[in-house]
Design a protein around this ligand. Structure first.
Ligand code: ADP
Ligand code: ADP
Length: 222
């Protein structure tokens, strides 16, 4: 589902942020991406979402080579890849419903179908009753679950999360990770960047470790 072949990413002001990265993830796999701050985790995720382009090497997502993807297919690609951020990036003056509906607006779906899908997504994260609230009325953990609902509302085959529990306590963090496992069970491929080694070590998933832009080990297990 995701394949990196000798990928390098160089920022002009910074030098190499990723050096010779190769790995493969199969459909329905869930993996963690760990490493110190500045190791390149966000950069790697942004390459998969096509928010950045590699300097060298090839990236394949869902059978498509991102290097040769025609420009007009970029919006389609981005809808195949749900992204979840630490700060969840919700619109503060819009309802929970509107926030989750956002990725569907550009798809031209009818209002009824949008409503059905938004409620299905909110149901999956346990927030069906809060659709009329605005983000400030919600706790940190609930806000992050809205961010997750927004990422899954278009049913993307790939989900990427960048420090999704960075602002949450251990219990809420575990709930979020268990929610991710439920998506894995229905065939979604997930890559989750996190500092939370305690949580990573307590769950049985493949773990990639970046050290200063290099992939250290791909052990299959810790
Ligand atoms: P992590 O997510 O592991 O903290 P990042 O991928 O954010 O690491 O950053 C890797 C390195 O690349 C860091 O040194 C960071 O400052 C640098 N970097 C990230 N994005 C940019 C950018 N847009 N321009 C220049 N340097 C960047
Ligand atoms: P995250 O919190 O997800 O790790 P970062 O703080 O690494 O995100 O990056 C946030 C934004 O700032 C990104 O768009 C990234 O490209 C940019 N950025 C990060 N480091 C640098 C840098 N050294 N120079 C310029 N832009 C950067």
């Amino acid at each position: 589902m995701i394949r990196f072949e000798h990928v390098f990413k160089r920022y002009p002001e910074r030098g190499e942020a990723l050096t010779n990265i190769s790995f493969e993830m199969k459909v329905g796999e869930m993996a963690f991406l760990t490493g110190h701050s500045g190791a390149g985790k966000s950069t790697l995720l942004r390459l998969i979402g096509l928010l950045e382009r590699p300097s060298r090497g090839q990236i394949l997502v869902n059978g498509r080579n991102l290097a040769t993807l025609p420009r007009r297919q970029i919006p389609y690609h981005r809808r195949q890849v749900g992204m979840i951020f630490q700060d969840h990036r919700l619109l503060p003056d819009r309802s929970i419903f509107d926030n989750v509906a956002l990725p569907l607006v550009v798809t031209g779906l009818g209002q009824k179908e949008v409503g059905r899908r938004v409620r299905a997504a909110l149901d999956q994260v346990g927030l069906l009753k809060r659709e009329r609230a605005t983000p400030v009325a919600l706790s940190g953990g609930e806000q992050q679950r809205v961010g997750i609902a927004r990422a899954i509302v278009g049913r993307p085959p790939v989900l990427l999360a960048d420090e999704p529990t960075g602002n949450l306590d251990p219990d809420l963090s575990r709930e979020i990770f268990e929610l991710f496992e439920r998506f894995q069970y229905v065939g979604v491929t997930l890559l989750i960047a996190t500092h939370d080694l305690a949580l990573v070590n307590s769950m049985q998933h493949r773990t990639f470790t970046l050290d200063d832009g290099r992939l250290l080990n791909d052990t299959g297990r810790w």
